[in-house]
Ligand binder design. Sequence first.
Ligand SMILES: *[C@@H]1O[C@H](CO)[C@@H](O)[C@H](O)[C@H]1NC(C)=O
Ligand SMILES: *[C@@H]1O[C@H](CO)[C@@H](O)[C@H](O)[C@H]1NC(C)=O
Length: 250
Amino acid sequence: MENYSLPIFSCWFILFILYCREPIPITAQAGEEPEFDYIEGSPKGPQHWGELKPEWAECKDGRSQSPIDILNKNVKIASNTGDLRLNYKASNATVKNTGFSIEVAWEGDAGSIHIDGKDYPLQQCHWHSPSEHLINGKRYELELHMAHIDATNKISVAHAQFYQIGEPDSFLSKFTEEIKSLVKKKEERAKGVIDPRDSNMEAVKYYKYNGSQTFPPCAEGITWIINEKYAKNNARPVQALNDREVFRYC
Ligand SMILES: *[C@@H]1O[C@H](CO)[C@@H](O)[C@H](O)[C@H]1NC(C)=O
Ligand SMILES: *[C@@H]1O[C@H](CO)[C@@H](O)[C@H](O)[C@H]1NC(C)=O
C-alpha cells in the first residue's frame, strides 16, 4: 500500500521543492523583487534578514527565534498532561500564493486551538518543504503549520506537524488544482468550505516552546506546538535555543 502511494506524494514533494526552493524566479511577478529569500549565501538570505530592514532586527537580535532543533537531551518532561485541545470547524477558505508559500486562509469562524487556558482562533495554514523544525537533528520532508491568532490579530500559537514521503496526504491533495494554478501567480482562489479537522492534526504527544515567526519580521511571542508524530529549504536554518526550555507533553 505504501509503495503504491509513493508516486502520488512524490509529485507533491517535487512540486513543493520546486516551489519553495526557488522563491525568486517562481514567486516574483514581473518587476516585483521579493524582499527576502531562503537561499543560503544570498544577500537576502536568512543570514541577512535582520539587516535588511530596521523592523526586521529581531531576526538577528531575537533570543527566542524559530525554528529550532528539538534535542532529547534538552527536553524537559512536563509536570502535567497539558491542556491542548483542538476545537476546529468547517468554514469557507481561500487558497493564496503569499509569495513564499501556498496558504489556506479561513474566512469566518474555523474554530480554535485551546492552550494554556485560552482559545486562539484558527487563521490559516501553510506548508514548508523541507521541514523547518528538526527533531534530534532529523529534518522531515514536509511541515504543516496551523496558525492561530490572538485578540490583536497577531499570530500567537503555531501548531506544526511533519510528513514523510510514502504517506500521501489527503488534506494537501484537496488543493491540487489551486496549487498548480497559483504556483507562479501571487493570487488567490476561493475554495468554498474546508474543514480544518481534515488536516488530521493531533493534540496527543507534542513539544511546546516559546518561539517566533520563521520569516521576517521574525516576531517573537509565539507558542510553538510541535507534534511528536513521526519523531523517531523554504526552511529557515535552525536558531539557538539560548535560555529557553522545551517541554514534552504526553
Ligand atoms: C460559505 O459561503 C457560502 C457563500 O457565501 C455561504 O452560503 C455558506 O453559508 C458559507 N459556509 C460556511 C460554513 O461558512
Ligand atoms: C513562555 O513565555 C511566557 C510569556 O512570556 C512565559 O510565561 C513562559 O514561562 C515561557 N515558557 C517557557 C517554557 O519558557
